[in-house]
Design a protein around this ligand. Structure first.
Ligand SMILES: Nc1ncnc2c1ncn2[C@@H]1O[C@H](COP(=O)(O)OP(=O)(O)OP(=O)(O)O)[C@@H](O)[C@H]1O
Length: 473
């Protein structure tokens, strides 16, 4: 099997890899590094934890060492924590170069960032919103001459979910040169990523792992059927079980909302589990502190929303628990990918209520693998049921008293003002959009209902003209 040297990397980079314990290139590195060194655009899709970051960091460092200037490379990524993690890889692998990097993410001081940008760092790692803000408000730096544009978690950057990056990406793409190398990476290849091929026009090299399943083999994937009302008792029981059975244990729990995340964190702490929360309602400094505490194993449980589901590389994580069944298979793939990384073992357990069984089937279809049932001693869960429900209710009341929902609204308004938008106008626009959507939904439902009735009555669907049959004379 080819080593890093055979991929065309210079000896100083090969030595850096050796010193950092990267002995053999992973398949995605084998595939992408030579193509990037040749000067081609690249779309890389490989499983979570398979070394996609080094697949772009190494060839960029090599090209930078041959023709050093700033700003040479721009990396875009959807979350702030991920930006810091990518910067770390550039720093450790690029140490002999005296690399200057700069991280541009929201929630941090804008003036300090503008100063750093004006000093022409070699590599800028940014979340789209904050970089676009800098482009709109300052002329002290330019990304007109970058050689590389990287989009990590490219499908997330391009999808239009609750954080819609479209406008910011448009601003950024208008500011970068047309002649550049574009590198797009993700673990989930969606239609968006295919559409992205339009962005990578320079003899694009497309690398996708030729494997039957989209999650790694060493990941043990299970589901646990739980009634909705007693879900938390099962969660507490599961954690207790891991604590009792393993000396070294570390768990990430994923939930779907900031509020649930906060309530569960408070609840688990009441049970003396060393827990930290990570969600977008926290201040950036608190987010970093939580992650640092979890990484250093002082806290064994990280309870997070999907802000932590992509890219985070924490080797000690042994178990991922999905407190809610993800509505989309790709969210499931990224969440469970926080364990069993770089060839290690790991386990993922998804709590499935009576309302989510169909979602499990959709996930299984996508990952081409059946989840196995995780069995627990029901009697033991029953023993703690009342206590867990009482504690949870107490936490809910405490959070309500802290005006968590109102704070959310206030934060949203502040963010909009920061972005130069009028919160009242935005609210109006949102309400109008919701009205139109509701109108469309009602119309669609009406049509579907009429079709169902027609079908039940034995009528043909409109546009279909069955051959008339003659009835009895
Ligand atoms: N060639 C290699 N040999 C051994 N370990 C490696 C190698 N390349 C990368 N790693 C390690 O594997 C881990 C996962 O790498 P990385 O974070 O780049 O994964 P990824 O593919 O980007 O995952 P995700 O899709 O979750 O973002 C890191 O800890 C990294 O240091």
């Amino acid at each position: 099997m080819a080593g890093f040297a055979e991929l065309g990397l210079s000896s100083w980079l090969v030595e850096q890899c050796r010193q950092l314990g990267l002995k053999q290139p992973t398949p995605v590195q084998l595939g992408c590094i030579p193509a990037i060194l040749e000067g081609r655009d690249c779309l890389g899709c490989a499983k979570t934890g398979s070394g996609k970051t080094a697949a772009f960091v190494l060839p960029i460092l090599q090209k930078l060492s041959e023709d050093p200037y700033g700003i040479f490379c721009l990396v875009l990524t959807p979350t702030r924590e991920l930006a810091y993690q990518i910067a770390e890889q550039f720093r450790v692998l690029g140490k002999p170069l005296g690399l200057k990097d700069c991280i541009i993410v929201g929630g941090m001081d804008m003036v300090a960032q503008a100063l750093e940008l004006s000093r022409k760092p070699h590599v800028v790692i940014a979340t789209p919103g904050r970089l676009a803000d800098h482009l709109r408000s300052s002329n002290t730096f330019s990304i007109k001459k970058i050689r590389f544009l990287v989009m990590d978690e490219a499908d997330r950057l391009l999808e239009q979910g609750c954080t819609d990056f479209t406008a910011d990406l448009e601003a950024i793409l208008a500011a970068v040169p047309a002649r550049r190398q574009t590198l797009l990476f993700s673990a989930t290849l969606t239609d968006t990523l295919r559409a992205l091929q339009g962005l990578a026009t320079n003899q694009p090299f497309f690398w996708e792992a030729q494997v039957p399943v989209s999650t790694v083999e060493q990941l043990d994937q299970r589901y646990l059927l739980v009634p909705e009302k007693v879900k938390d008792a099962y969660l507490v029981h599961l954690i207790q079980k891991f604590q009792d059975e393993h000396e070294d244990w570390s768990i990430i729990i994923f939930t779907n909302t900031c509020k649930t995340c906060q309530i569960l964190c408070m609840m688990l702490r009441k049970f003396n589990f060393p827990t930290v929360a990570l969600h977008s309602m926290m201040k950036q400094k608190e987010r970093f502190a939580a992650l640092a505490k979890f990484k250093s194993s002082i806290y064994r449980i990280l309870i997070a929303t999907d802000v932590a589901s992509r890219g985070l590389d924490i080797p000690t994580v042994q178990v991922v628990i999905n407190h809610n069944t993800p509505g989309l298979p790709k969210i499931y793939i990224h969440r469970v990918g926080r364990t069993a990384r770089a060839g290690r073992q790991g386990q993922a357990i998804t709590l499935v209520t009576q309302y989510d069984i169909h979602l499990v089937h959709i996930i299984e279809e996508q990952i081409k693998k059946k989840l196995e049932e995780f069995s627990v001693e029901e009697a033991q869960v029953l023993q703690i049921l009342t206590q867990v429900n009482v504690v949870r209710r107490e936490c809910e009341i405490k959070l309500e008293a802290a005006h968590f929902d109102e704070k959310k609204e206030i934060n949203k308004r502040k963010q909009l003002i920061l972005e130069g938008k009028d919160p009242d106008l935005e609210a109006k626009r949102k309400a109008e959009l919701a009205k139109i959507k509701q109108k469309h939904r009602r119309f669609r439902e009406k049509v579907e209902q009429t079709l169902r009735w027609q079908k039940a009555a034995g009528w043909a669907a409109p546009g279909v003209h069955p051959t008339p049959r003659l009835g009895p004379a």
